[in-house]
Design a protein around this ligand. Structure first.
Ligand SMILES: [Zn+2]
Length: 205
């Protein structure tokens, strides 16, 4: 197990602990249901970033997918399953145990990163799809009862931002071997930019 792996594992474990705290930080706009396309989109973009359990999962997913040939498909499995489960939730159907399943999925994935062993792509794809169902179902809670336009915008927002975060984590992981110092700088810079964009976006919502 390399030092970067240990570090990211510790960071993810810390995030998982935070994620187990009440969901106070998950919902922009004070948890109000988005009523417009812009509100739906911004809420969808923000929720997977400020909801640390969702963020920790997609970052870990990107880290685990990084060395694999099918790396661009793996986070897509998570996102597509998430969109399906979100539609399921919006349509009024139930998914038992999603509340507990989301933090559990983060702990499991953080544990796999800590463990440091490469898993076969098929196993990761199954794991990501299963976790995607849980996270997507939980993410959709925000738009249950909203109009069609903000719902579609919200789904587009969270699908897009999750895929982009996974891509970022992948790129960072692949760069890690080459230039650790540059990577640390890039990570801090990217984190600041993301937080700034989210806060700015929420100011307009
Ligand atoms: Zn959430």
């Amino acid at each position: 197990m390399t030092l970067p792996r240990i570090r990211s594992g510790i960071a993810l474990s810390a995030m998982a602990v935070l994620a187990a705290a009440p969901a106070w930080a998950h919902h922009p706009m004070g948890g109000a249901t988005p009523a417009t396309l812009a509100q739906g989109l911004l809420s969808g973009l923000a929720h997977p970033v400020i909801g640390l359990d969702h963020l920790a999962f997609v970052v870990a997913a990107g880290v685990l997918a990084a060395p694999l040939a099918g790396r661009f498909l793996l986070p897509a499995a998570f996102v597509v399953a998430g969109l399906a489960a979100a539609l399921w939730h919006v349509a009024g159907f139930d998914l038992p145990a999603a509340e507990i399943g989301v933090p559990l999925s983060v702990l499991v994935l953080g544990g796999i990163v800590l463990w440091g062993r490469a898993l076969p792509a098929q196993l990761l794809a199954a794991l990501f799809a299963l976790a995607g169902l849980l996270h997507g179902y939980a993410l959709a809670e925000t738009v249950v009862g909203a109009e069609t336009t903000p719902v579609v915008a919200y789904l587009a927002g969270f699908g897009l931002v999750q895929y982009l975060i996974a891509l970022g984590a992948m790129a960072a992981t692949r760069a890690l071997a080459a230039k650790p110092a540059a990577l640390a700088r890039a990570a801090v810079g990217a984190a600041a930019v993301v937080v700034g964009l989210v806060q700015l976006g929420l100011g307009f919502a």
